[in-house]
Write a protein that binds this ligand. Structure first.
Ligand SMILES: Nc1ncnc2c1ncn2[C@@H]1O[C@H](COP(=O)(O)OP(=O)(O)OP(=O)(O)O)[C@@H](O)[C@H]1O
Length: 308
């Protein structure tokens, strides 16, 4: 046993087998809360452990997808430093890569729901340790009109906010920008009716969220029984979206009770469709995704993701 005054083990001692590890870190410098200094520290720890590690900063949307779909990547681990949209791009790219490496995430982003789902650490040393330990779990995902989503796909008011939020405002004010945009849109919008076809049963509502995991919008629990590491999707249907109901649901969301709120149903499903007479805005993983109709199902495959 080490005497109590000795230094903690170095990263080189932690993972002797790391010397064979080839790691590519792809960082989205435009994601909310991006911290280049933290990335440098993580890079330093991984190099100290002997990993062959390189880093690439994206210069445009779509680049992460292109990298992830490259069948000549020749790495054991692709690490995405970014938010949920960046991870979604990697997942989408992996669909065209039969030799996809394992995935790890250095969380940034405005909400970063996946970080809450997996309990990802924030400190550089803890992130490096998780990457070196390389403990993995299957990451299940859903398909919306054939496009993968890791966390959620929805149609209705929240998607209108995702479509309407100005990027500069999101970068400057983070989550507050969502609140501001929601209030602004909420005052003038005309709500639409949705039909939600859940495994052949017809539900009606104003907002429908297909969720792959427990959380929504950050640390807020919407489906306590779900997890991104087990297969299966649930759909939350909100019956109303008038300002008073929206406020009630918002408060219920913040206290982790929205799934129990009056006017909310949660249903597990295999196949669902979000339909509307006139197109209703849709979003996946916090990025705009056109409009209804949206057809949803669980993907049969899964990825391998590093967990703490
Ligand atoms: N260099 C870049 N310039 C512009 N857009 C980029 C760049 N790199 C990646 N993107 C795009 O930025 C989008 C949003 O990124 P990301 O999700 O990581 O951050 P965020 O929006 O702040 O976080 P969150 O989704 O957790 O709220 C991604 O969908 C990705 O396509």
């Amino acid at each position: 046993m080490r005497p109590f005054w000795s230094l903690p083990p170095s990263f080189a001692d932690l993972a002797p087998e790391a010397k064979d590890k080839r790691i590519l870190i792809v960082a989205n410098p435009t994601s909310g809360g991006y911290r280049p200094k933290n990335l440098e520290k993580i890079l330093g720890y991984l190099k100290e452990a002997g990993c062959q590690v390189s880093i690439r900063l994206t210069t445009r949307a779509g680049e992460i997808g292109d990298i992830a779909s490259d069948t000549n990547l020749a790495v054991n681990l692709l690490v995405i430093a970014g938010g949920d949209g960046s991870v979604n791009e990697a997942l989408t790219g992996f669909q065209n890569n039969a030799a996809a490496p394992d995935l790890a995430v250095i969380p940034s982003g405005t909400a970063n729901v996946l970080a809450h789902e997996l309990g990802l650490p924030k400190r550089p040393a803890a992130i490096a340790r998780a990457i070196l330990n390389h403990r993995t779990q299957p990451l299940h995902f859903g398909l919306a009109n054939g496009r993968p989503f890791v966390l959620m796909a929805s149609a209705g008011f929240d998607a209108e906010v995702v479509h309407g939020i100005p990027l500069a405002l999101k970068r400057k004010f983070g989550k507050l920008a969502y609140v501001y945009t929601a209030l602004k849109i909420g005052m003038t919008r005309r709500s639409s009716d949705l039909t939600i076809d859940v495994d052949g049963e017809h539900l009606t509502g104003k907002l429908a969220v297909a969720t792959n995991g427990r959380f929504y919008g950050g640390p807020f629990v919407v489906c306590p029984n779900a997890s991104v590491t087990t297969q299966g999707l649930h759909v939350l249907v909100l019956k109303k979206d008038d300002p008073v109901s929206a406020l009630r649901f918002g408060i219920a969301l913040m206290v982790g009770r929205v799934h129990k709120a009056k006017g909310v149903t949660v249903t597990a499903f295999k196949k669902a469709r979000f339909l509307a007479a006139n197109p209703v805005a849709a979003q996946i993983d916090g990025d705009p995704f056109g409009a209804t109709p949206v057809i949803l199902e669980a993907a049969q495959d899964n990825l391998t993701i590093v967990v703490p």
